[in-house]
Design a protein around this ligand. Structure first.
Ligand code: PMP
Length: 434
């Protein structure tokens, strides 16, 4: 076997099987929209490590900032003292928040930990304990967030008991609701999602009283549940229900935040104020960093010493994160997201109209560069298209329990790389149809 094949075999043998893997390739380097494997295979990366390397692999500005910080201070433990990059990051983030009330920060390492930090804050600030999440949501794989994750049973299967006190309501996923109603024929609902607002109100009457409910967690755009933006008006209703019942609204923007949808935070599309905003993934372009932001009045209720951890808000990761925000501004990232997002959406919409391929495509959804192509149920089209793309040297992910492809290219993808991606995807769809 070749050296590369031996490395793969070694990985298969000695690395936890519980990690699902799209491919057994061994990556060696990455630059911009491409990664290169140890065998020299160059692949167009439309996964960005699940929305993390949003400025492409090895972004020069981020790399330089991280390298400089490594030479100055790597670890400035947050329970020991402040450190400069942490404060610089807070300073850079404050004016970018979707609401001016969001002015106090806590940084952690992963998205899951940040979601749990939000649970702790919500419980402490409200002196209540239950949380409500959305069906189809993904919040992480820790004991707390596994309980809150409702996108696939695999994430929690056989790992119980998990954190108690988590209740779920439907997310307004109108397309799937209409499949359910039309295929059954007996349902009286036409595109109504069984009224997700009413479902939430009923939950608060039947299962978890407002006096026991600390927070409603919602991904502004559903990620692992299918890349579904909620219809306009829905989040406002959630906000109203929160206000009426003294419940905090937590926006989990780990996947949809940080420019992915064409605004820095997806909630800006809806003009709704969250009480707590959770961010991670793209925040430091690959360095482990996550965070929550809330208003000082809530954050100040927590007792000193009750928050923190060895690596949270690592100095190198924070320095990288400052460089990420600098790049967003200097390289007009959000403009690129909207321009490239439109090109990809137009191409997917063309496939949806194309007489040769339209039978395969049930829905095309897009907000910026957070795009999904939902296939006609029951035929496994999405994984077939995904496999074809892989043959054509493109990394692409599926999402949700439905047959759906998701497209997560870097936010600074060039026009040329996007054209190449569109060529591969279009060919793959046509070949699967043939
Ligand atoms: N929330 C959302 C919306 C996510 O998409 C993810 C990761 N896919 C997480 C939380 C968990 O983040 P992490 O994997 O960094 O723990």
């Amino acid at each position: 076997a070749s050296a590369a094949a031996k490395l793969t075999q070694f990985g298969v043998k000695h690395v936890a099987r519980g990690i699902g893997r799209l491919s057994t390739e061994v990556l060696e380097s990455g630059s911009g929209s491409y990664v290169t494997t140890v065998s020299g295979r160059k692949m167009l990366d439309f996964t960005s490590g699940i929305g993390v390397t949003n400025l492409g692999h090895s972004h020069p500005g981020v790399t330089k900032a991280a390298q400089a910080q490594v030479g100055k201070l790597v670890h400035g433990q947050v329970n020991i003292a402040f450190q400069k990059p942490y404060l610089e990051l807070v300073k850079a983030l404050i004016p970018l928040m979707p609401h001016k009330s969001l002015d106090t920060f806590f940084f952690w390492n992963s998205g899951s930990e940040a979601v749990e930090a939000a649970v702790k804050l919500a419980r402490h600030a409200t002196k209540k304990q239950n949380v409500i999440v959305m069906q189809g949501s993904y919040h992480g794989r820790t004991m707390g967030t596994m309980a809150m994750t409702r996108s696939k049973t695999i994430y929690g299967e056989n790992y119980a008991p998990l954190m108690p006190g988590v209740f779920a309501v439907p997310f307004p996923y109108c397309k799937q609701c209409s499949i359910a109603s039309h295929s059954d024929g007996k349902f009286g609902f036409e595109n109504c999602c069984m009224d997700p607002v009413l479902q939430l109100e009923l939950l608060l009457k039947r299962e978890t009283s407002p006096s026991d409910t600390a927070a409603i967690f919602i991904e502004t755009v559903l990620g692992e549940g299918g890349y579904v933006p909620p219809p306009q008006g829905y989040l406002e209703r959630v906000r109203e229900i929160c206000d009426k019942n003294g419940i905090l609204m937590v926006a989990d923007e780990v996947q949809c935040g940080y420019g992915r949808t064409g605004k820095l935070f997806a909630i800006e599309h809806y003009g709704v104020r969250p009480d707590i905003l959770v961010m991670a993934k793209g925040i430091a372009n690959g360095f482990p960093l996550s965070g929550i932001v809330s208003r000082k009045e809530l954050m100040d209720m927590q007792k000193p010493g009750s928050m923190g951890g060895t690596y949270g808000g690592n100095a190198v990761a924070c320095a990288a994160a400052v460089a990420v925000l600098k790049a967003f501004k200097e390289e007009k990232i959000l403009e690129n997201v909207n321009a490239r997002g439109k090109e990809l959406k137009d191409a997917l919409a063309a496939a949806q109209k194309n007489p040769k391929t339209k039978h395969m495509i049930y829905d095309v959804r897009a907000l910026g560069l957070m795009l999904a192509l939902e296939c006609t149920p029951g035929k496994g089209y999405a994984s077939k298209i995904q496999a074809k793309c892989m043959e054509k040297d493109m990394l692409l992910l599926t999402t949700s329990i439905y047959d759906t492809l998701r497209f997560i290219p870097p936010l600074n993808i060039t026009k040329e790389d996007m054209a190449e991606g569109i060529r591969i995807i279009s060919e793959a769809i046509e070949e699967v149809a043939a």
